[in-house]
Structure formats: C-alpha cells, structure tokens
Design a protein around this ligand. Structure first.
Ligand code: B12
Ligand code: SF4
Length: 518
C-alpha cells in the first residue's frame, strides 16, 4: 500500500472563537479517539498531521495542502463545521472520513458529505479504510466494528498528539484517559444505555500514569469513562499502585450511586479534584443517584446532603441536570432545582435541555414515532442552543420562562458569591466565576431570553417550534453563518437540513413506492 499523507482533525468546538472560557478550557476537552486513530495510522506506515481544533487555529493552514485522507472527529454540534471542512478538503482532492458522536448518531446524513462514516471504531475498521481509501460519492460508506474495541493505545503511545494539544492550554493542562467503556446502567436517554460495560487493560492504565509522572511535574488526568469507578476497588487499586497519593490530580464523571463516603474519601486520598455526577431529574432515574423511589423535595434533600458530603472531600463538584424530561411538569422541578442550589452552594450545576441525538438511544425512536423531534440544524444540538424534543408537559414559552428563571437564579450575583465562598481551593473558585460570567452562565441567560422574546414576536420561529413549518428560521441560519465565519462558503448545499426521522425509518418497514405499470 502506498504511504498516505493523513490529516486528523479533532473538533472540540463548532467554529472560530475568542471567548475566555474557550482559551482556558478547549484544549483540555480534546478527545481520545482522534489521537488513537493517529497512532493506528502511523503503525500502518502512514504520515500523520494532527490538529486539535479549539477555535483559534486556521485549519486550512495547519494541514498539508496535498493531504490524501482526512479524518474528522466531531460531536453533533460541530457537524456542520465538519461538513464544510469535508467539502473543502474534497475540493482539493482528499478523501474524507467522519468519526465520533455525530457519526454514531447521524450516519445517514453524514454519508451525504463524507466518503466514510464510522461507528464503533477499532484497528480493523481503520485498516480497511486505509486500504480502500477511495471516493465514495454521492453517498459515503458506513463502517462499524461490531462492538467497542477491547484495547486502545494509552497515553504513552498517544503522547506525540497529546503534547502539542496541551501546549494550547495556558493555565492548567488535562490529559485525557480511559479506564473503561460502556456502562452497566440503562438511563433511557443515554448513548451508553445499551453498550455493555467493559474495563480496559489496567496494566496500560498503570504504565500511563507512571509515564505521565515522568513527563509533567504534577499531571492532571481527565477520565473520559462514561461512568468512572464502576469497578471501584479494582481501578483505585491500580491507580494507587502506579501513582503515590498526591502525585497526580484527577477529574471524573461518576454516578452518585458509586460515590459513598468511603469511596469519596479514597478518591480524595488519591488526588481526585473534580467529580461530575449526573442527577438528571427529581422525578426519575433514581437508581443512578442512589435515591431509589424517593422523589421531589425528599430527593432534593437526600441528594443535596450527598453532594455536600462529597464537597467536604473533593474541591470541585459539577452536578448535571436534564431539563424538560417527560417526568417533569409545572414549575415544581425548576423550583426544586433552585432549592438544591440554595442547599448546595458549593456545587456547580450543569443544565442540559433534553435532546434526542439521532440514533444515540432507543428512547429516541419513541420521540420520533410520536412526532416530537424537531429538525433544528445540528449546529444547535449541544444540549443548550436548541431542545430538539417537544416537551411533553410544557408549552414552549412556559418552558423557556422556567429555564430562564432557573438559569438567572443559578447565576445571580448572590449565587455566584455563595458558590465562591463555599469553594475552598483557588482554581475551582475562579473556575466557577469564569463559567458563570462567560458563555455558560450569562451567555445562556442572554441567549434563552432572546429566544423567548422571539417566541412572542417572530412568527416564523414560533411556527417552527410549533412544527407548522420545517423551513429554518433566519435567526438560526444567521447564527450558523456567523459561527462558521469563512468556512460558511464551504457548507454544502442543503446541509442545514437533515431527516430527523432517519432512525425511525431505518427501523420500521417503509411503505412501497408506487410503481407505474404501463
Ligand atoms: C467523556 C465525555 C465528554 C468529555 C470529553 C469530550 C471529548 N472531547 O471526548 C467532556 C466532559 C468534555 C464532554 C463534553 C461534551 N459532551 Co460529552 N460525553 C462524554 C461521554 C461520557 C463519553 C464519550 C467517550 O469518550 N467515550 C469513549 C470513546 C472511546 O467511545 P465513543 O465515544 O463511543 O467513540 C467510539 C466511536 O464513536 C469512535 N470515535 C469516537 N471519536 C472518533 C473520532 C474519529 C476521528 C474516529 C475515526 C472515530 C471516533 O470510536 C470510538 C470507539 O468505538 C459521552 C456519553 C457516553 N456515555 O458515551 C458524552 C457525549 C459524547 N457527550 C455529548 C455532548 C452533547 C457533550 C457536550 C456538547 C455537552 C455540553 N453541552 O457541553 C460537550 C461537547 C464537548 C466537545 N465538543 O468536545 C453527547 C454527544 C451527542 C452528539 N451526538 O453530539 C454524548 C453522547 C452524551 C449524550 N448526551 O448522550 N463529553
Ligand atoms: S449512568 Fe451515565 S453513562 Fe451510564 S447509562 Fe446512565 S447516563 Fe449513561
């Protein structure tokens, strides 16, 4: 096979930016798989140029002009940016491949713009693509491994891609690692609800931690495990054996059900500095938060006590909530979250609007079947800039009133000061302030408020929300145009639209097209 010039682009964001939060954090949110793909391509004898796109780079300048094959890793929010890039690189003669959450969730749509669209990706899938390396147009081919890979290259092997990415993070640097894939829980909205839990090789994990201690003075590791600590003792034993307490700082997403006080104490001893548990709802998903059938205010009190306990040991806790779940109705869920904010001043609440990412979860079939999915352009599907599932128990305007009320409450001067005072360590303190005053807190209040006003004044937008038209309102088109900047001109014709029922259609028998017999 000839030696290919390969470009790999990890899209951490959806367009050029100058935001303070982006400057501090984006390089710390880099994905693991694009780095893995880089290792595998080099192992096959090819030449790789790797770019983690944080919103500050000129992608065209950073990749060689004569690149043969470009891999792009993208979340759905960066789907349109990925399509524009693919179009640009194809115009220069390259073959393009899409992988990552967008490819997993919307393969039918992505095939219109890429030569290859990859689902679960292992070394065999990558080898097949490299060997084939051909144009597949107008429709790209979809390739996927039957399951998640059993092994992945660790930090040592990925270091040549990690290091230049970390150089872009000015204050602190987080190295992405994985100890497991899949999850034993079955939260109906989640992409991993049907992916079996599988620990990765503890030997590789230990070797990576030892390696990192040689590379960085005080490394920080961000675990990308969907649910860290499922086999708690096994993974903590491995960490303790490889890194003496205090030599590495860790950040992890984990569910409250795994975070008992003895576990949290052990995490503290081992340098865990930030934990992100999902609470999701006051009325459902009780087994994940270890609250069983307890609901409403009783659940708020129980979870708040639990989170306050964690905060006594771990300096930074982000609690994740989903707004607009079918189990919610009326003002109460929002009021309960405000009570939680009062009772748990040190936690940073992360809010996500209920979203159905294509074929991410079986529950999305139900939303599609009942006509509740709206075809917002991918660019807005980041859990915040659009909610693409019509709420079951709210009218849109009421819903946004509640969301704005809650967001204002959470990022009010009083709440920011209380959060600051309740947080002891310096980085978490200031991190909370930066998040509150930048795009996440104030930015979202501004955005939701504008949207809410438009629901009163912009007839077209209102009709779009009410599913009376699928023509995308100018408000959204204009935003995509602004966000993509110079790459807007490369956005393929029709890419703002997608078939929001593609998953359902692929699962259910389609009526036969009438055939003329003359
Ligand atoms: C860890 C994680 C994060 C981390 C790290 C993100 C990162 N850059 O990788 C953090 C906390 C930063 C994060 C942030 C966000 N996340 Co997140 N996150 C996850 C989580 C829990 C695990 C993903 C993971 O790394 N798995 C391990 C890898 C190895 O497996 P995998 O993702 O299944 O990938 C396989 C294939 O897709 C493929 N592949 C993956 N990437 C690539 C790249 C290439 C080039 C190729 C060829 C193949 C390939 O290979 C893998 C092996 O088979 C998932 C939920 C879950 N349970 O999976 C959500 C998830 C991916 N996140 C999601 C979202 C929405 C977000 C945010 C937008 C949330 C927000 N509002 O801020 C941001 C966006 C951040 C960004 N753009 O980088 C959604 C994505 C849905 C979508 N279609 O876009 C998910 C699926 C959760 C959900 N809602 O269901 N996230
Ligand atoms: S616990 Fe987290 S990763 Fe596991 S299924 Fe639920 S939401 Fe997904």
């Amino acid at each position: 096979m000839r030696k290919l010039r390969i470009g790999i682009v990890d899209l951490v964001t959806k367009g050029p930016t100058r935001a303070l939060y982006a400057r501090v954090m984006h390089a710390n949110l880099a994905s693991i798989m694009p780095q893995v793909v880089g290792v595998w391509c080099e192992a096959e004898g090819h030449q790789v140029t790797f770019v983690c796109y944080t919103g500050f780079e000129d992608l065209v300048a950073e990749l060689p002009a004569d690149v043969d094959l470009v891999f792009i890793g993208a979340f759905t929010e960066a789907g349109l940016l990925a399509y524009a890039l693919s179009n640009l690189f194809r115009s220069r003669g390259a073959i393009t491949v899409l992988g990552g959450p967008h490819a997993r969730c919307y393969p039918e749509d992505a095939r219109r713009y890429f030569d290859y669209v990859l689902g679960f990706t292992d070394r065999t899938v990558i080898r097949d693509v490299l060997q084939d390396c051909a144009r597949h147009r107008p429709l790209g081919v979809h390739r996927a491994a039957p399951r998640q890979p059993v092994a992945l290259p660790g930090v040592r092997e990925r270091w040549k891609f990690i290091e230049p990415t970390l150089r872009k993070a000015p204050f602190f640097k987080i190295v992405p690692m994985l100890g497991s894939l899949g999850c034993p829980y079955t939260c109906s909205f989640c992409i991993d609800s049907v992916v079996p839990y599988q620990p990765l090789d503890m030997q590789v994990l230990q070797d990576d931690l030892k390696f990192l201690r040689q590379q960085l003075r005080r490394p920080r590791v961000g675990w990308h495990d969907p649910n860290f600590g499922v086999r708690f003792d096994e993974v903590l034993d491995a960490i303790e054996a490889a890194a003496p307490p205090g030599s590495i700082d860790f950040v992890a997403e984990s569910s409250l059900s795994l975070l008992s006080e003895p576990h949290v104490q052990r995490l503290r001893r081992n340098g865990f500095k930030a934990i992100l548990p999902g609470i999701e709802s006051w009325y459902s998903l009780g087994n994940k938060s270890k609250t069983g059938k307890v609901e409403g205010l009783a659940k708020v009190e129980q979870v708040s006590d639990h989170v306050n306990m964690i905060l006594r040991h771990i300096p930074y806790v982000q609690t994740n909530f989903v707004l607009g779940l079918d189990s919610d109705q009326g003002p109460e869920p929002f009021e309960l979250t405000k009570r939680f904010v009062d009772r748990t001043p040190g936690a940073f609440p992360g809010y996500s609007l209920l979203s159905a990412f294509g074929r991410a979860a079986p529950l999305n079939l139900e939303y599609q079947r009942t006509g509740r999915v709206l075809p917002f352009p991918f660019h807005f599907l980041d859990n915040n800039h659009a909610m693409n599932v019509k709420p079951k128990n709210y009218e849109w305007r009421d819903f946004y009133d509640h969301v704005i009320g809650l967001t204002r409450y959470t990022f009010s001067g009083r709440a920011i000061v209380r959060r600051f005072r309740a947080t002891r360590a310096a980085i978490p303190r200031w991190m909370n302030v930066v998040r509150a005053v930048s795009s996440e807190g104030f930015g979202r209040i501004r955005y939701h408020t504008e949207l809410r006003q438009r629901l009163d004044t912009d007839q077209h937008l209102r009709r779009y929300f009410d599913q009376e038209t699928t023509e995308i309102p100018e408000f959204y088109v204009e935003r995509v145009r602004q966000d993509l900047g110079p790459l807007w001109q490369w956005l393929p014709e029709g890419a703002l639209y997608h078939d929001h029922h593609a998953y359902l259609k692929s699962e259910e028998p389609q009526p036969l097209e009438p055939v003329s017999v003359s």
